[in-house]
Design a protein around this ligand. Structure first.
Ligand SMILES: [Fe+2]
Length: 193
């Protein structure tokens, strides 16, 4: 459970880690900040209760904190990963869970659960546990959508920046496959304004 007081404490502790990650990989830190702010917006729109809302704020902000445990040769590689590099990169969700739990602070378990499952896919094709549909924590399903949106929209060295329309079309094609259809609908309404 994350109450507002414990939320403030937990975010303070983990922010140091986010700064540390930023020194290794600024792109990931900036991405995490954008994902955090869009997740707050969608959490408010959905009307999450205080406990889930605070867990979402922490889980989204630090969803990629486990990248601190990924070697530079992979973390900072400008090209696409090969299969074995992907396997290493995928470990970041479990490393992130481990880091969050290790704070031992109230609320860290709920946030760690969101972090562990932020790359699960609605159809069961994601990682690390291949969870499906409602087996995936609700807030992880939110982070997954916002995370992809930001990753698709921002220029990476291996693809050009895409228009918002193009990004939203790509995401709609994966409704029910990668993304929770109901949450995706709320998200699309939100970003279209
Ligand atoms: Fe991630």
């Amino acid at each position: 459970m994350i109450k507002t007081d414990s939320y403030a404490l937990l975010s303070k502790y983990t922010q140091g880690l986010a700064v540390a990650l930023g020194y290794r990989d600024l792109m990931t830190r900036l991405h995490s900040e954008r994902v955090h702010s869009l997740c707050e917006e969608i959490g408010e729109r959905i009307g999450l209760d205080e406990e889930d809302f605070n867990a979402l704020r922490i889980g989204s902000w630090f969803h990629d904190i486990g990248k601190i445990g990924i070697p530079d040769a992979i973390l900072l590689k400008p090209d696409m990963f090969d299969a074995s590099e992907w396997e290493v990169m995928k470990r970041h969700s479990e490393i992130g869970e481990d880091i969050m739990i290790s704070t031992g602070l109230e609320g860290s378990e709920a946030a760690a659960r969101i972090i562990r499952h932020h790359h699960e896919h609605y159809d069961g094709g994601g990682y690390p546990d291949g969870l499906k549909g409602e087996e995936i924590p609700f807030c992880s399903r939110i982070v997954s959508i916002v995370d992809s949106y930001d990753a698709l929209a921002v220029t990476r060295s291996y693809h050009r920046a895409r228009s918002q329309e193009e990004v939203l079309e790509m995401m709609l094609r994966e409704s029910g496959i990668r993304y929770d259809p109901a949450i995706l609908e709320v998200f699309l309404e939100m970003v279209k304004g």
